[in-house]
Write a protein that binds this ligand. Structure first.
Ligand SMILES: [Fe+2]
Ligand SMILES: [Fe+2]
Length: 163
């Protein structure tokens, strides 16, 4: 059975999915409130994984689970770069495609969260550490045209295409 660390992180995926679905529920207009919450929440979620979860699973040994960590980090880079320009249909569709491939690598059997639960599940402080992780500073959307090109490159580096 999944432990509390797994449940916290997988629960955050559900929460973010709901926010994104709410933001795009109307076909003609993006609901900016839920999208802003999604953006802030996804950046915090990624920071938790990059700063706490992946280092714990690698255990200070650079080679340990390095393929999984590298894969997840490329996806995180692509997702973070998709949050820089203002949201469009193509941005949202690409975020959804990446998340639907990415989250199973974390939640699935032998995935990041199971490994994390194995190494850190007995640490009584760890859940509190996840829960109290701060929001990361979120900049306003950047509308310069070059930004979309940088986003496209980050998406392609991770093996996806900007839709
Ligand atoms: Fe992730
Ligand atoms: Fe995640």
């Amino acid at each position: 059975m999944a432990g509390p660390l797994y449940r916290y992180l997988a629960g955050d995926h559900r929460r973010l999915d709901t926010l994104l679905r709410t933001a795009v529920a109307q076909p003609d207009a993006m609901d900016t409130g839920p999208y802003a919450e999604f953006r802030k929440g996804l950046l915090r979620h990624i920071a938790i994984e990059e700063k706490i979860v992946i280092p714990a699973v690698s255990g200070g040994a650079p080679g340990k689970h390095s393929d999984l960590a590298a894969r997840l980090r490329l996806d995180h880079g692509a997702l973070a770069s998709l949050l820089v320009p203002p949201p469009s249909r193509s941005i949202i569709a690409t975020i959804r495609t990446i998340l639907s491939a990415h989250n199973p690598l974390e939640e699935g059997d032998g995935g990041l969260y199971e490994l994390f639960e194995e190494v850190s599940g007995s640490d009584p402080e760890m859940l509190r550490k996840l829960e109290s992780a701060p929001d990361v500073p979120v900049l306003p959307h950047n509308e310069r045209p070059g930004v979309l090109e940088a986003t496209r490159r980050a998406v392609e580096r991770a093996g996806y295409e900007l839709k």
